[in-house]
Design a protein around this ligand. Structure first.
Ligand code: ASP
Length: 598
């Protein structure tokens, strides 16, 4: 039976106690981690969010204390009053409280517990599905507790830093008009306006721009955003942004304040110095050198364009790619020249999985023998020139892709990362930041057969490229920037269009008729008529940033109650069916699922 806490007040968290407290009477409360009954002496490890503390129960039969202590099982919630003493047994150097124990005089069992479906311990081996079903238990584990504490520190420090920099924290609505920004909206039906829907925001983009129109100057928000995308393994349907917008600034100002924000977070939370200014690279350079717009620059293995070197060779794969306007590029996996054929075949499969038709290679053994998948189609001097262009030396493995640029970049960019993993080149303790600038404004969508905004429709084109808005959309660069950390895009933003004519032009380029643009974004275009400051902004994916700071591999490990790949919550079983009455009120009827043909 549960006892009351009445008359007791917790004096310390478990791991707040140390040798300095020896002799003090303390009251601690928490969960039983384990209970060791040595007959006459009982040791209990007590756990709370700060850590673990050893309690010792000994003697005094008449009080019933020993009997009660013997009843304690894992995850019981207890309160204990006792004296801090130097450990009677061996000191535990792995525990913050390893030199002490609390000799208990009074014990109360506040809540009993059934045996949990998995042990509450660090580095759980339990399947993630089970952990997520019992997330409230999973969240008791020290590694998740550390992650959420880290996340809280990031949020607090961000608020503090931005406030010091003159930002105001302003909330924007989450029931808004559907103004798609690229992804699919989550919709919420309106009861009062049957047949009408709110959308959940994909980001506060338009509202933060309107706040600039209203003169708030520097805004930020830790904003929940929703995107109903086809789910990839490490995406969440709802996620959190550190979102900001600034007036009377250009890209430089945004980058400056954000570099300092990152440096502050990493210094104060991880004690890691981030050298400033952060390096910058244009999108074009990033693609050419790393095959990615979010390059991991913790290691080299850069792409080399060998189109010129092989342009006259007889190898049809290379020749065709070049003739069709594509390129031939390679990477040099240093020291991998002895890679067994089977492993190379796996790399070929990997490349195919990333869109390549194939992957050509040259393996140079330590003794200088060269094995090549295409040497027979090449003249000897062509082969030699190719190896030289790649900086190929004894022991190297050279890998080549030939296709349209976009495919070649994608394939080699992914391969470069895969090899880095295999070669153990990625150190989670190393943090390499980088800005990517001058993104293309538009991106061709094969699916939609039209140009789409690469960032979003409010991004300002680079002045010198504005004439191409009428002639060659693919050539227009944007005043957009992404902040990249260890190969992850952790944030992105842009200088915004603040002239209504340029904004209208942009909508036109994206294929909206005037009416459609006004129907969807009329209030923004209208606002631009009444005095609008030049403005720019940026938003971080907070989950991903915290994931990297916590050295985790999944954002689920830094979100208290995450959803899984199909956007459901394994614990609460959301989404769920609702009462017929609720649907009626909303004027909604559910169509019977059409029977699928077998
Ligand atoms: N709203 C943008 C996004 O969610 C960020 C920005 O441009 O500030 O990607």
């Amino acid at each position: 039976m549960a006892e009351s806490m009445m008359g007791l007040k917790r004096t310390h968290r478990c791991a707040e106690l140390g040798s300095a407290n020896i002799g003090e009477t303390v009251t601690v409360m928490g969960w039983v981690q384990k209970n060791r009954n040595k007959g006459g002496i009982i040791f209990v490890d007590l756990r709370d969010r700060s850590g673990i503390l050893q309690l010792i129960f000994e003697g005094t039969e008449e009080s019933g204390l020993m009997e009660k202590a013997a009843k304690l099982r894992s995850e019981f919630v207890i309160a204990a009053v006792g004296t801090v003493e130097k450990r009677s047994g061996a000191v535990n150097p792995n525990l913050a409280t390893g030199e002490i124990e609390v000799r208990v005089k009074e014990l109360r069992i506040l809540s009993e517990a059934e045996t949990p479906p998995f042990p509450i311990e660090e580095n759980s081996k339990t399947k993630e599905e089970l952990r997520l079903k019992y997330r409230y238990l999973d969240l008791r584990r020290p590694d998740l507790q550390r992650n959420l504490i880290l996340r809280s520190h990031v949020a607090t420090l961000t608020r503090q830093f931005l406030a010091e920099e003159g930002f105001l924290e302003i909330e924007t609505p989450t029931l808004i008009k559907s103004t798609p920004e690229g992804a699919r909206d989550y919709l919420v039906p309106s009861r009062v306006h049957p047949g009408s829907f709110y959308a959940l925001p994909q980001s506060p983009q338009i509202f933060k721009q309107l706040l600039m129109c209203s003169g708030y100057d520097r805004y930020f928000q830790l904003a929940r955003c929703y995107r109903d995308e086809d789910l990839r393994a490490d995406r969440q349907p709802e996620f959190t942004q550190i979102d900001m917008e600034l007036s009377f600034v250009d890209a430089e100002d945004v980058m400056d304040v954000n570099e300092r924000l990152m440096a502050r977070l990493f210094k104060d939370i991880l004690n890691v110095e981030i050298p400033l200014p952060m390096p910058r690279m244009t999108w074009q350079e990033a693609m050419d050198r790393y095959g990615s717009d979010k390059p991991d620059i913790r290691f080299g293995m850069e792409l080399v364009d060998v189109t010129e070197v092989v342009k006259d060779c007889e190898f049809v794969v290379f020749r065709n790619a070049i003739q069709e306007g594509g390129s031939v590029r390679g990477i040099n996996a240093k020291g991998q020249g002895a890679m067994p054929r089977k492993k190379i075949d796996k790399l070929v499969e990997f490349a195919k999985g990333n869109g390549a038709k194939g992957l050509a290679y040259i393996a140079i053994a330590e003794d200088g023998t060269v094995k090549s998948s295409f040497a027979k189609f090449m003249k000897e001097e062509e082969n030699a020139a190719l190896i030289q262009a790649m900086g190929g030396e004894k022991g190297d493995l050279l890998l080549f892709a030939a296709d349209k640029n976009k495919i070649v970049w994608g394939v080699l960019g992914a391969l470069r990362l895969e090899l880095a993993k295999q070669m153990d080149l990625l150190d989670k303790n190393e943090y390499k930041f980088l800005w990517i600038t001058e993104f293309p404004l538009f991106e061709w969508s094969e699916e939609e057969n039209r140009y789409m905004a690469m960032h979003h429709p409010f991004t300002m084109p680079m002045e010198e490229d504005i004439p191409y808005l009428d002639t060659d959309l693919g050539r227009v660069r944007a005043k957009a920037y992404d902040i990249v950390l260890n190969g992850n895009e952790i944030g992105g933003g842009s200088v915004r269009i603040f002239q209504d004519d340029v904004q209208e032009k942009m909508f036109e380029c994206l294929g909206f008729t005037k009416e459609e643009a006004h129907e969807r974004f009329g209030f923004l275009l209208e606002a631009f008529k009444y005095g609008v400051p030049p403005h720019a902004g940026l938003a971080y994916g907070l989950d991903r940033l915290v994931m990297l700071m916590a050295k985790e591999d999944s954002i689920r490990d830094v979100i208290a109650f995450p959803k899984v790949k199909d956007a459901s919550c394994l614990m609460s079983e959301a989404p769920g069916l609702v009462e017929e009455k609720q649907l009626e009120e909303l004027g909604i009827s559910i169509r019977e699922a059409e029977e699928k043909a077998e």
